[in-house]
Design a protein around this ligand. Structure first.
Ligand SMILES: [Zn+2]
Length: 162
């Protein structure tokens, strides 16, 4: 690498501010300039680009949703089979988990979707699994949502902020 001040070949150059410009200087010229900030060192454009990249990485990270759990399709028959296996009728199971018999009947018939609380009670009491994990699909962010920021907006934000 060549020193931008004296033109000498130097293995190590350090960025120094010399009359408003950032120059890569060798050790002997280094004392001519003043210290530069990181932002000055890499240049404003590069700094903004880095800021944007970081922001996008952050956004990407935030887009990752926690795994979703959904009720399995045949939850009714799973409950019924587990209840029968446990030797319980609707009434006794209902009283064991403090629910109405009619609710259990409807759930087993698939006519009613148990809420989260009931799902937990049934799962815990009958030692069954009524939910399954859904892999969240990474759908591309829609640009037609109206809320999506354009590159221009991001640039403006980055410039304003700094
Ligand atoms: Zn030099």
């Amino acid at each position: 690498m060549l020193c931008e001040m004296c033109g000498a070949e130097s293995a190590v150059l350090e960025p120094r501010k010399v009359s408003g410009s950032i120059l890569q200087l060798c050790n002997s010229c280094g004392s001519l300039g003043s210290e530069t900030s990181y932002r000055e060192t890499i240049g404003h454009r590069a700094y903004v680009a880095q800021t944007l990249e970081k922001r996008q990485q952050k956004n990407r990270y935030e887009e990752i949703e926690p795994d979703e759990f959904v009720l399995v399709k045949d939850y009714g028959s799973i409950v019924r089979k587990a209840r029968e296996k446990a030797g319980l009728n609707h009434s006794s199971l209902a009283s064991k988990i403090s629910e109405k018999k009619s609710i259990l009947t409807s759930v087993e018939a698939g006519k009613m979707t148990p809420n989260e609380k009931l799902i937990k009670k049934l799962e815990n009491y009958l030692k069954i699994k009524l939910t399954e994990k859904v892999e969240s699909t990474s759908a591309p962010v829609s640009s037609s949502s109206g809320e999506a920021l354009t590159m221009g907006d991001l640039l403006k934000q980055a410039m304003d902020k700094n």
